[in-house]
Design a protein around this ligand. Structure first.
Ligand code: NI
Length: 157
């Protein structure tokens, strides 16, 4: 286990589009484990590989319903709307009002390259959308209609 350095908002790596994973090896497993430990250490609910400087389509999430690992995730269905404050481990101390679908279904591969689907609502749906945005080089700041600072207790994804 290793805690990786989280890149912050002015780091250009965060605006790059991540590449699909094609090799499912031990190194990928180590990256996933490190990302999970790093996310937990900083009390986030999600982390994308670009946030630790790796431009690959790899995401970990724990929105209170357990550990989820997503390789090459894609949203295949979305419905409803939710509005709420959203934060990000790469943008400490800033929260933004962001509209997201209330429910999304994502297709992805697991760490062994086996496909699966996951459906999430509310916070999990928000985290799935937020992390997939990271893989496409997007921060929540560009979707936010309003920004706030130092909102204690908000989720960081
Ligand atoms: Ni984030």
């Amino acid at each position: 286990m290793a805690i990786r350095i989280i890149r912050k908002k002015d780091d250009e790596v965060l605006s790059k589009v991540c590449k699909p994973v094609t090799v499912f090896d031990k190194k990928l497993g180590i990256l996933l484990d490190d990302m999970y430990d790093t996310m937990k250490m900083y009390e986030g609910v999600g982390l994308a590989a670009s946030q630790v400087g790796i431009l690959k389509r790899v995401v970990v999430i724990d929105a209170g319903t357990g550990r989820v690992e997503l390789i090459n995730p894609e949203i295949i269905e979305e419905s409803g709307v939710q509005n709420g404050l959203e934060g990000c481990l790469s943008v400490p101390g800033v929260y933004g009002e962001v509209e997201r679908p209330n429910k999304v279904t994502v297709r992805a591969l697991d760490r062994n390259g086996v496909p699966f689907e996951i459906t999430g609502e509310e916070l999990l749906a928000r985290a799935l959308c937020h992390e997939i945005d990271h893989l496409n080089g997007k921060l929540f700041l560009e979707r936010a209609t309003r920004l706030e600072t130092s909102q204690k207790g908000q989720e960081k994804v």
